[in-house]
Design a binder for this molecule. Structure first.
Ligand code: CO
Length: 129
């Protein structure tokens, strides 16, 4: 093994050790100091984009308690309505308008655009924990 190669390996080992040390310190801090890794628990969020007459993602799977927000990225209005009135329908959403609903009960929620009923989507709400 050449001297240069040996030094290179030594340096790499030192770098790895330093990186591991930093990671370990972070882990310890996260365990020892509540709030180190995450200051305040944030409510879960799910996002659905309305773009080109399509809901994206078509099927969104979330945990119970998640607030789902639809945002209209089209330049014409859309509106959100539940197939079985499981949640209140939105007002007509103009460009960049949003509508949010918090899903607390597990189940499968089908919805559509009441301006263009061929636009459909599904939200699957799974038990939380
Ligand atoms: Co529409």
């Amino acid at each position: 093994m050449s001297v240069a190669k040996s030094q290179s390996n030594t340096m790499r080992s030192a770098l790895v050790a330093a990186a591991l040390g930093a990671a370990t310190a972070g882990l310890l801090a996260a365990v020892v100091l509540p709030g180190f890794a995450q200051t305040t628990p944030q409510p879960a969020a799910g996002a659905i984009a309305i773009d080109n007459f399509t809901f994206t993602p078509q099927t969104l799977t979330v945990k119970a308690g998640t607030t789902v927000t639809w945002t209209n990225r089209d330049d014409i209005p859309h509106g959100i309505a539940s197939d079985n009135n499981a949640f209140a329908k939105s007002k007509a959403l103009d460009t960049d308008d949003s509508y949010s609903f918090t899903f607390t009960t597990p189940g499968t929620y089908k919805y559509f655009c009441y301006v263009h009923p061929h636009m459909t989507g599904t939200i699957v709400v799974e038990p939380n924990g």
